[in-house]
Design a protein around this ligand. Structure first.
Ligand SMILES: Nc1ncnc2c1ncn2[C@@H]1O[C@H](COP(=O)(O)OP(=O)(O)OP(=O)(O)O)[C@@H](O)[C@H]1O
Length: 253
């Protein structure tokens, strides 16, 4: 693995078609710098969540992928997926994917810690992160089905903290959160990025991306419209679509 590569993720000319011939991505091009927070925004159905899962080599059943380059941490992940998976951590849009509904959080977190070989992590360390992320300590003994989606996403963030991956992928981690929880989640992500984790932050909220990321990629209908830097929490899109997106989001500020 090439840890000196300045790009942690590099995708060139990736196309993905469902088995029914629908194009999820037409020609996806993306470069994400090591140690940055990179926002990915775009309308619903533009292929963002598919990208989050594809970084884990998970593709829709029966879909066809073609690409010139699909590199994560310097490895082409499709033939070599096992070599980099341990260095990635995904907080999926639907956190129910990550937990068994009828097992307690305690047993699932303990399994995670064992499988991640985090033998030094104590219950007290987990509880301290629960406190920081406003997760009631009582949830430790609850079945996953009794927790809200936001609480499950915040528990995944505590696990990301403990595992300290090289790349953290967050798919809509603030959707549906109240302002207080949103602030905690964003601060936690910033802390992780400051400690050197590359963060891929998928959202449809430009306001959040602008407050957090140093670069943003705008997607539409399975294509990258543009990638641009963010300075002083402002982004100045060049594309017509980017400008429309900015204008639309300004309406809600
Ligand atoms: N397993 C699948 N089988 C067939 N089509 C799929 C599958 N997963 C996603 N798609 C299609 O791919 C397209 C992109 O979906 P995706 O969930 O990646 O979009 P998105 O940008 O994340 O949208 P949202 O913001 O609503 O979550 C959509 O048209 C969707 O219907």
């Amino acid at each position: 693995m090439d840890s000196t590569n300045e790009y942690h993720i590099q995708i060139q000319n990736a196309s993905l078609q469902t088995n029914e011939g629908h194009s999820i991505w037409k020609s996806l091009n993306l470069k994400i710098n090591k140690g940055t927070i990179h926002g990915i925004i775009g309308e619903s159905g533009s292929g963002k969540s598919t990208l989050a899962l594809a970084l884990f080599s998970i593709l829709p059943t029966g879909s066809k992928l073609a690409y010139d380059l699909f590199s994560v941490l310097g490895e082409d992940i499709f033939p070599n997926q096992n070599t980099v998976k341990k260095d990635l951590f995904l907080v999926p849009q639907n956190p129910n994917l990550a937990f068994h509904p009828y097992r307690t959080m305690k047993s699932q977190i303990q399994d995670f810690l064992r499988l991640s070989q985090l033998f030094h992590v104590t219950e007290e360390m987990v509880f301290s992160l629960f406190d920081q992320l406003s997760i009631p300590r009582g949830h430790w003994k609850q079945y996953a089905k009794n927790l809200s989606g936001g609480e499950k996403q915040r528990i995944l963030l505590t696990l990301a903290f403990l595992r300290h991956p090289k790349i953290l992928i967050l798919d809509e981690p603030t959707t549906g959160l109240d302002a207080f929880s949103e602030k905690i989640v964003l601060e936690t992500i910033q802390k992780l990025a400051k400690s050197g984790v590359t963060v891929v932050f998928i959202t449809h909220e430009l306001r959040i991306v602008a407050s957090l990321a140093s670069e943003v990629t705008i997607m539409k209908e399975g294509e990258v419209v543009e990638t641009l830097p963010i300075y002083n929490q402002q982004l100045e899109p060049n594309s017509e679509y980017g400008k429309q997106l900015k204008e639309a989001s300004n309406l809600f500020l």
